[in-house]
Design a binder for this molecule. Sequence first.
Ligand code: NDP
Length: 279
Amino acid sequence: PAIDRYAVFGSPIKHSKSPQIHRLFAEQTGQSLSYEAQEVKAESFAEAVRAFFAAGGKGLNCTVPLKELAYRFASHKTGRAERSKATNTLALQADGTILGDNTDGCGLVGDLLNNHRITLAGKRILILGAGGASRGILGPILEEAPAALVIANRTVEKAERLAEEFECLGSIAGCGFEALAGRQFDLILNATSASLSGELPPLPEHLLADKGNCYDLAYGNEPTAFVRWGIAQGAQKSLDGLGMLVEQAAEAFFIWRGVRPQTHPVIDLLDRERKVVET
Ligand code: NDP
């Protein structure tokens, strides 16, 4: 029988680590499948997805800038995809329909809880940024029942609107960066894309509480500007999003294959590889 095909669509996609991650998962779990990266722009998204499934494709990951389009494309969605209004995983169902899910939030929470022993219950949490990534993580974070959740964004109205959209799930407020002065948080998550250009949102001093942690959703071969900021602020841990990337992939793999791969060996391997690149 033909090998089951999977792929990640996005633009730019050349540097995506998803093909390597899914190949490692397949090897580890003894699953026979292929997974490739395909450059797909928003204009050609619907056509590319139809062609992929028509040619026997079984599942897709969708990344920047396609997550909202993927959400609209899916014939039905999981609850967490509905709440985030974005989809990073499409799965062909037995009846030929396409299920849309969003595994980003559970990837982040899984990385924090299981890999780093950072709990969210009762904590004061700050999220920087109000774009697609924030949308994906808000529901799963609120499910952990933090004491308070604040979203701060450059465009203040976006943070306020996002907070309103999610306030039915727990205590949440939106504001601009200047409104953070004098406040303190136990966990600060950077979900802005500022790190991608080596920038940092304007953050006041003493924002991080004693023994607090920092987490940048972005990742790279070198520590991001926000990871370095966290270290300078005395964070207990200042982490980047490599673990989240692997955890969200593992959740997608589980949706497609019904098998849960181990994430530790894959995170360790990717982490060792980037340390080699650095030196
Ligand atoms: P979006 O483009 O949807 O949102 C970008 C956000 O960043 C907006 O809130 C924007 O503010 C803000 N922003 C951009 N530049 C700056 C700046 N210089 N200073 C302050 N704020 C800025 O991006 P996504 O939400 O899709 O992605 C955000 C980050 O999360 C990316 O770095 C991405 O790589 C990462 N990510 C990581 C994942 C993982 O698995 N590790 C998964 C998904 C995302 P404004 O609204 O004012 O424009």
